[in-house]
Write a protein that binds this ligand. Structure first.
Ligand SMILES: [Ca+2]
Ligand SMILES: [Ca+2]
Length: 361
């Protein structure tokens, strides 16, 4: 991770505790502005570690693979879930006891799979989390396998009765978490968007509608996005949800091109709660803002949290908030007058630099 940071700036200033936010800003900051340059220098000063941050909220993951259908597909989906689990529990530092896995044949990987993927078990699994998940927590739901759509209703193929998208929405509604990232990677998954979309929630589907019925490939590319920081386009050593989505979408396109086949799945993302998914989320269509600011990682490198005092933790959190405001401001670039954009960016960078300067004392 450090290697990519260092190459991003190509400078010995890349200190262990360097604020990752600065790397996120570098490509878009107008370096002609002296004050902004000053801010960057301050924020780059050794000892700054705002973006390493600390976790105010807990993270949870629910990984669901429905009926796999045949032995080859079962093997493929199993590998996908094993890889995703390894990434979550490994580099993304999500405690194993907060990862729930449902699969059609738990005997294939008994150490990893807690439940056979039936609707009853899904209800039970979610109910078991309900008392532990808190309001400020982040819940990641990943659904793989097969879906179907009859023109009106999406259903996920589980062992036994198949839940509709409304059933899924209802099942997850008992979790009080405000931050949800739901990835439905099945065929026809676009048909589930209407029911799953909600304000503040990121919903990604492998297909843009319920009518794309062919087997999908989006899921494995989404998992790949987090492996070895593959999707880290801004080189800040973290994968935002938008980076993972765009990476996987590109991979899907390449896959069909290489196969010489017509692309039969068009992934979309909705994070403004209007149930309209976008293949290219942007300020113009209103999607992508939350996905830019959301990560599956904790925002802290392992071993750093213990080094922070309570006051430093609060300051680090404040710095993370400012980083979010900077991301939100960058999202509005081109929509507000340039002078206003630069003034606001300067203000935020100064605030961030002040916090970093205090933290590094
Ligand atoms: Ca990144
Ligand atoms: Ca939308």
């Amino acid at each position: 991770m450090k290697g990519s940071r260092q190459s991003a700036v190509g400078s010995s200033l890349a200190h262990d505790l360097l604020g990752a936010c600065v790397f996120r800003l570098l490509p878009t900051v107008d370096c002609r502005l002296p004050t902004i340059m000053l801010c960057i220098m301050l924020a780059l000063s050794p000892g700054s570690f705002a973006a390493e941050g600390v976790e105010r909220e807990d993270r949870w993951a629910i990984l669901i693979v429905g009926v796999t259908g045949d032995a080859d597909l079962q093997k493929r989906y199993l590998q996908e879930i094993v890889d995703l689990h390894a990434t979550l529990a490994g580099p993304l530092a999500l405690p194993k006891e907060r990862i729930v896995v449902l699969f059609d044949d738990p005997s294939k990987e008994p150490d990893l799979i807690q439940y056979k993927s039936t609707m009853d078990n899904l209800r039970t699994a979610v109910r078991n989390l309900a008392d532990r998940v808190k309001k400020d927590d982040r819940v990641f739901v990943f659904i793989e396998g097969h879906g179907n759509y009859d023109g009106k209703i999406y259903k996920l193929n589980l062992v036994g009765p198949d839940p509709t998208a409304e059933d899924l929405s209802e099942i997850f509604s008992i979790l009080p978490a405000r931050h949800f990232i739901m990835v439905n990677a099945t065929n026809c998954s676009g048909g589930s968007l209407q029911a799953l979309s909600r304000e503040g929630r990121i919903v990604i589907t492998a297909t843009r509608s319920g009518m794309e019925k062919n087997q999908t490939h989006f899921g494995r590319f989404f998992v790949e996005a987090f492996q070895n920081n593959a999707a880290d386009s801004d080189k800040n050593s973290r994968i935002s949800i938008i980076e993972a989505f765009l990476f996987a979408s590109r991979k899907v396109e390449d896959y069909y091109n290489n196969e010489g086949n017509l692309q039969t799945e068009h992934p979309v993302l909705d994070d403004n709660g209007d149930a309209q998914g976008q293949s290219k989320p942007s300020p113009e269509n209103g999607d992508g803002l939350i996905a830019r600011m959301t990560f599956l990682d904790s925002g802290i490198e392992s071993g750093k949290r213990e080094d922070l005092t309570a006051e430093q933790k609060e300051m680090a959190l404040a710095a993370q908030e400012i980083e979010k405001q900077i991301e939100a401001l960058k999202y509005t670039k081109g929509k507000i007058p340039e002078a206003e954009y630069e003034r606001k960016l300067e203000e935020l960078l100064l605030k961030l630099a002040r916090i970093n300067a205090t933290l590094s004392k």
